[in-house]
Design a protein around this ligand. Structure first.
Ligand code: G4P
Length: 530
């Protein structure tokens, strides 16, 4: 075993997913606080400041106070080295949000206790399921009036199709929130209001049979708790680490990120239940994170971090071995040996150059325009490629019109480069050329990013004309299908992507089913594997 085995084994790399406003930023801040990476809870005030501190890389982020791109944060806690992959929390999230999940070994799902499962959670959850990523649930905002606990769990099970296993159980909510009962220890952890996390709370651990408990919870609450525990022990799934690791059972925790309650307990449990860097599948078989030498794949490309240089940063997840700055590596898709320049990592609010990094870590390297999403980097002489990152279905489409036709060349160059980075997808009319370009995005904010970047980086003005399509399907068996013969619906449009793959766009979800019915031999997919 290499001498850095311990370094890899202490790594935990996960993404936090949630619907906007469920408390993802607050929870992340509290994690950093426990890790000593920031000094004081609440020192990163308000969302806008928090996000600026973390990633003020693009002007547009500063203007809007939202994070367009995902960030990665690393900190140490209790002997673990933790990498949190933050995903854009704004409603207008992008394909990067999905791709980030490809780099994670597990996901923490934050749910607002008064709202339950919301749209964005549902979408991100689908990607976790596709990869069988273990999912841990933190039900937040228990200091506010919450939905019935059993109903919340029922909703997660029904809506997301995953079994749940509450590790702790809340006593009341809102003004009547008294704490959580730890089912394993059989103790109540009492809640004390920390005034939004600004003052230290005095939490007590009280045995369920201790009469002192009645100083904290009233008779009715105690009785209700006893009933619920009984019901729970009889009805809910038992904790089973194997099912958790397969992504089939989600351990559930309750708390209040804002008041710091239940956060550290959650972190401690979570770190023992989630896994160190997992083996990943490549075209030559499964790559072991410890036994194999350095290898990584690119999951995100971010442009224009330094406007003066118009450079790009390729973010890669290290899947195996140790990375040393300056060592020679092999870029498989480019077929070239190279050194990765300016490797950097994020530590709380700073970016800094790293000398070494290990499997589980994320590094960003300077990209002179050679990397694409999904590319593999390994040691010279190895030459294997990790499974590609799927192209996710855009949900918004617009026709792009270029205002100054003299700038055709810049326009095509700009839009192609932005598409290559994976910020947008571009399509052409079926049997048409580049004259008519349709842009597809996962979140509508990407339209603004496109317009802004074309203007600022390529000096090209465009007008976007929204199209009504919301559903896209790739044709998986295109070789067997005569495209001209497809029996469509009135709202269907045939387009091609840049690689010449045919796709179908639909306005209505039911049209997808209808076209499928009318063309039984057609195989339609929501993700493209290439
Ligand atoms: P997000 O990243 O998932 O979008 O959510 P974020 O953490 O920004 O939290 C959204 C809002 O919910 C914030 O309030 C935050 O303070 C609040 N919040 C987070 N956790 C809890 C909790 O446990 N209890 C309660 N009561 N509120 C919580 P805001 O008013 O939008 O922003 P701010 O100005 O207070 O930061």
């Amino acid at each position: 075993m290499p001498d850095y085995t311990k370094e890899i084994e202490r790594r935990r790399t996960f993404a936090i997913i949630s619907h906007p406003d469920a408390g993802k930023t607050t929870l992340t801040e509290k994690f950093l606080l426990y890790g000593g990476a920031i000094n004081l809870a609440g020192s990163v005030k308000g969302k806008a400041t928090a996000r600026h501190a973390v990633s003020d890389w693009m002007e547009i982020e500063k203007e809007r106070g939202i994070s367009v791109t995902s960030s990665v944060l690393q900190f140490n806690y209790d002997g673990y080295c933790i990498n949190i992959l933050d995903t854009p929390g704004h409603q207008d999230f992008s394909e990067d949000t999905y791709r980030t999940l490809m780099a994670a070994d597990s996901a923490v799902m934050v749910i607002d206790a008064s709202k339950g499962v919301e749209a964005q959670t549902r979408k991100l959850f689908k990607v976790c399921v596709m990869r069988h990523v273990p999912i841990f649930t933190f039900i937040n905002k228990m200091d506010r009036d919450a939905n019935d606990t059993f109903e919340l769990l029922d909703e997660i099970e029904k809506e997301l199709g995953i079994a749940t296993c509450p590790i702790n159980w809340p006593i009341g909510s809102g003004k009547k929130f008294r704490g959580v009962y730890d089912r394993d220890k059989k103790k109540v952890l009492t809640f004390s209001d920390t005034m939004k996390g600004t003052k230290e709370g005095i939490e007590e651990e009280i045995d369920i049979d201790d009469p002192h408990l009645l100083d904290v919870v009233d008779e009715d609450q105690k009785e209700q708790l006893m009933d619920e525990i009984e019901l729970l022990d009889g009805a809910s799934a038992e904790f089973d680490q194997e099912l958790v690791s397969k992504g089939e059972l989600s351990p559930v925790f309750f708390g209040s990120a804002l008041t710091n309650f239940g956060v550290e307990t959650f972190l401690q449990h979570f770190l023992t239940m989630t896994m160190p860097p997992l083996p990943r599948t490549a075209d030559c078989g499964v790559i072991d994170p410890v036994k194999e030498d350095f290898s990584a794949f690119v999951f995100k490309i971010q442009a224009n971090m330094n406007k003066a240089h118009r450079d790009r940063i390729a973010f890669m997840r290290i899947c195996s071995g140790k990375f040393d700055a300056g060592m020679e590596v092999f870029h498989v898709q480019g077929g070239k040996k190279m050194r990765l320049s300016q490797p950097q990592q994020m530590m709380a609010s700073d970016r800094h150059i790293v000398d070494e990094a290990y499997a589980g870590d994320i590094i960003g390297v300077f990209d002179p325009g050679i990397f694409s999403i999904g590319d593999t980097i390994c040691m010279p002489g190895k030459k294997f490629a990790y499974e590609g990152i799927p192209t996710f279905a855009p949900e918004h489409f617009a026709r792009v019109r270029q205002l100054d036709t003299m700038k055709r060349k810049q326009f095509v160059k700009g839009i192609s480069q932005i598409a290559q980075e994976g910020a947008i997808q571009i399509f052409q009319e079926y049997k048409g050329g580049m004259e008519e370009i349709i842009v597809g995005v996962v979140g509508v904010l990407q339209f603004d990013v496109l317009k802004y970047r074309l203007e600022n980086e390529y000096n090209v003005d465009i007008r976007l004309e929204n199209l009504p399509y919301e559903h896209i399907r790739w044709i998986a068996n295109k070789e067997e299908i005569n495209l001209d013969r497809i029996q469509g619906t009135s709202d269907m449009k045939k387009v091609m992507d840049l690689k010449g793959n045919p796709l179908l766009l639909f306005v209505n979800p039911w049209s997808v089913g209808m076209v499928q019915d009318r063309n039984k031999d057609l195989v339609l997919t929501e993700f493209s594997k290439n």
